[in-house]
Each structure stands twice: as structure tokens, then as C-alpha cells.
Design a protein around this ligand. Structure first.
Ligand code: NAD
Length: 336
């Protein structure tokens, strides 16, 4: 494949524009079309990024000879879009969460496998230099036996945020609240570095908003490797704090706030790591993403996965696992 990879986007809202900005900065990619069920949204974004627009993604898949589609619609809409894309043999990169139930995610994974198309799940924080370094340190055994893995997403979203768009804060379209939407980035990072989870207990509630889904959740977990941990997420705290990840091992400790290392100490080397590569992609008080580098790196990885016929760095199965842990936390809280 020497030609540019032909890419389209379904969903012309906030994150769709982040994808468009990421794609137009890539030498090997060409943004050829966008699609939205709102013609006004599709038209506006096509004019902004100088490409074709559609209101019917099936028509777009049939006409545009695409190599890749990125799916940026609300969380509970992905299954139908992935069905149409995989049937048209188009590779797919889906925004987080992959979909809103384990069953729907599993269907997406299975249909892509059967169609022989690549499926990636967006978790752009994995491409941040600091988290890559953390993963490498764990894989090199620098932490020794893993003891505790904790993550906190303490952020703020106003009632107006939930009232915008119609789909936010609803069970039908989001499948969950603070954890499914904002906290899932940290859930993915924790699963990536600590491994699978075998047991969960949790509390959740709606503490400050008028919405159907939780705005606050606190879970206690046990990993398959015997380590323990906590996962907390809330959208109720003004103005929030940077996402916090704590990894404690027998021989080392790493604490990361946002994308800044605040503690990095090991038995063999206790010098603080260089933190110059800070990117600041996610704000605790705003849903808007200014820095598109994480998305650009992930779309570049997807292009290389298509070219080299390999799995993307963050697979559909990774997307499914994060949704599975989130929904297991909800079930544990509901069972109390
Ligand atoms: N990776 C990140 O950090 C990040 C950040 C923000 C949002 N997101 C995810 O992106 C998704 C979209 O969020 P957003 O803030 O861009 O929402 P948004 O409401 O701004 O945009 C969604 C767009 O999708 C369109 N749409 C809805 N259903 C559709 C359908 N069936 N077919 C075609 N178009 C459809 C809407 O008309 C709208 O233009 C969410 O799932 C969210 O979790 C990810």
C-alpha cells in the first residue's frame, strides 16, 4: 500500500473534529469523507476539512473505497456502524467505550474477526510517553511483585454538559456515567499495566446531577496476579484534579498525575524520571481536547497495523475488557 490510506469519520461532533485534526496531520492518511445523521453537522465538518459528506454511512462505505473509518458517534451507537463497516471490508477504529455492554462489544469483536478487518479501540493515553515508560518498567520487572494499583478520575461536568446533546447521562446511550465515560481511560491503563481483574466490590451513586447514570463510583478490586487496588471516578467535584494513577510494587513505586510523574522510585534507581514530555491531553474540568497528539499516534498505529497486517496496539478486545470491568463494577454496586 503506497497510496495514502483513505480514512472517513462517522460522527461530526466534538471528538470527530479531534480525529479530523489528527488525520490531516498524518503524511500517510487522507481524510476523504465524514458522515453524520445530522446533515447540518456533516456539511459543516466537510466544509471545515475540505472532504465529502454523507448522512448515510452505508452509502459512504459503498462509494468511498475506504481503508479505515473512525467511529465518533455516541457510545451506544457503534454496533450498527461496525456491522456496516465490517460488511463493507473497512477497517475500524472506535472511540472509547467500544460500546455500552459486553454483549454488544463481543458482537463487534466477532464480526470484525469474521470479516477479516482490523478493529482498534481508542485509548489515546496509552500513546503518551509517560505511560509507555510505565508499561516498559513493569514488563522489565522493575516493580518486582505488584502489590497495589489505584486510579482516580476526579473531574467536573456541569448539569449543562449532561443536558447538551440529548444522549449524555442516559443509560440507553451511554450505558454508564463517570466511570463508563470519563474513568474508562484509567480503567484501561490499569488493566494494561496490572493485568486482568478477578474480583470486584463497589459503591455508586448520583450525588449532584439530575441524570440516570452514576456521577460517582468507588470500587475495590483484586487482580488475577494477586495484587489489589481501587478505582474511583466522579464528575461531581469542582474543579476536579488531574487523573491519578498509583502503581506500588515490592521493589518500586510510580505515581502519575495527569501525564506528569510525581513519584518514580525503585530499589535499583531512585532518580526522578524526566517529565518534560508532558502532553496534558485531558482536563479535569472540560470535555474538550486541545492536544490531538495521542489520537494522531493511535491513528498512525492503526494505519501501520493495516499496512503490516498486525493487531493494532489497542485492540477491540482491549476495548471489550475495559467495558467488562466497568460493567462488573456496576453489577457489584447494584448487588449491595
Ligand atoms: N477519547 C477521548 O478522550 C474522548 C473525548 C470525548 C468524547 N469521546 C467519545 O466520543 C463519543 C462522541 O462524543 P462527542 O463529545 O464527540 O459527542 P457529540 O455529541 O459532540 O458528537 C456526536 C455526533 O454523532 C452524531 N451521531 C449520533 N448518532 C449517530 C448515528 N447513529 N450515525 C451518525 N451520526 C450520529 C451526532 O449528530 C453528533 O454530531 C462518545 O462516545 C465519547 O465517549 C472520547
Amino acid at each position: 500500500m503506497n497510496k495514502k490510506v483513505r480514512v472517513a469519520i462517522v460522527g461530526c461532533g466534538a471528538i470527530g473534529r479531534v480525529h479530523a485534526r489528527a488525520i490531516i496531520g498524518l503524511d500517510e492518511a487522507e481524510l476523504v469523507a465524514v458522515c453524520d445523521h445530522s446533515e447540518a453537522n456533516a456539511k459543516a465538518m466537510a466544509a471545515e476539512f475540505d472532504c465529502n459528506h454523507y448522512t448515510d454511512y452505508r452509502q459512504m462505505f459503498a462509494r468511498e473505497n475506504l481503508d479505515l473509518v473512525t467511529v465518533c458517534t455516541p457510545s451506544g451507537t457503534r454496533l450498527d456502524i461496525c456491522q456496516a463497516a465490517s460488511s463493507a471490508k473497512v477497517n475500524i477504529l472506535v472511540e472509547k467505550p467500544l460500546d455500552i455492554t459486553v454483549e454488544r462489544c463481543q458482537q463487534i469483536v466477532d464480526m470484525c474477526e469474521q470479516a477479516g478487518v482490523k478493529l482498534g479501540s481508542v485509548f489515546q493515553m496509552r500513546f503518551s510517553p509517560v505511560f509507555k515508560r510505565l508499561k516498559q518498567a513493569i514488563d522489565q520487572g522493575r516493580f518486582g511483585r505488584l502489590i497495589l494499583g489505584n486510579c482516580q478520575t476526579v473531574c467536573y461536568r456541569s448539569q449543562a454538559y449532561y443536558d447538551s446533546g440529548g444522549w449524555r447521562g442516559t443509560m440507553e446511550h451511554e450505558g454508564g456515567g463517570a466511570l463508563m465515560n470519563q474513568g474508562i481511560h484509567s480503567v484501561d491503563l490499569l488493566l494494561w499495566v496490572m493485568g486482568d481483574v478477578q474480583a470486584v466490590s463497589a459503591y455508586k451513586g448520583i450525588l449532584t446531577h439530575d441524570i440516570e447514570v452514576e456521577d460517582t463510583v468507588s470500587a475495590s478490586i483484586q487482580f488475577v496476579n494477586g495484587a489489589m487496588g481501587t478505582i474511583q471516578a466522579t464528575t461531581s467535584v469542582m474543579h476536579g484534579i488531574d487523573k491519578r494513577l498509583e502503581i506500588y510494587g515490592e521493589k518500586g513505586t510510580a505515581i502519575i498525575e495527569g501525564e506528569t510523574v510525581v513519584k518514580w522510585e525503585f530499589e535499583d534507581d531512585d532518580l526522578p524520571e524526566n517529565t518534560e514530555e508532558r502532553r496534558n491531553q485531558l482536563s479535569p474540568s472540560s470535555p474538550l481536547i486541545e492536544d490531538v497528539q495521542g489520537h494522531r499516534d493511535q491513528i498512525q498505529d492503526m494505519i501501520e497495523a493495516i499496512r503490516d497486517n498486525r493487531e493494532p496496539a489497542v485492540s477491540g478486545l482491549d476495548g471489550l475488557k475495559a467495558v467488562e470491568l466497568v460493567t462488573n463494577i456496576y453489577k457489584a454496586a447494584d448487588s449491595l
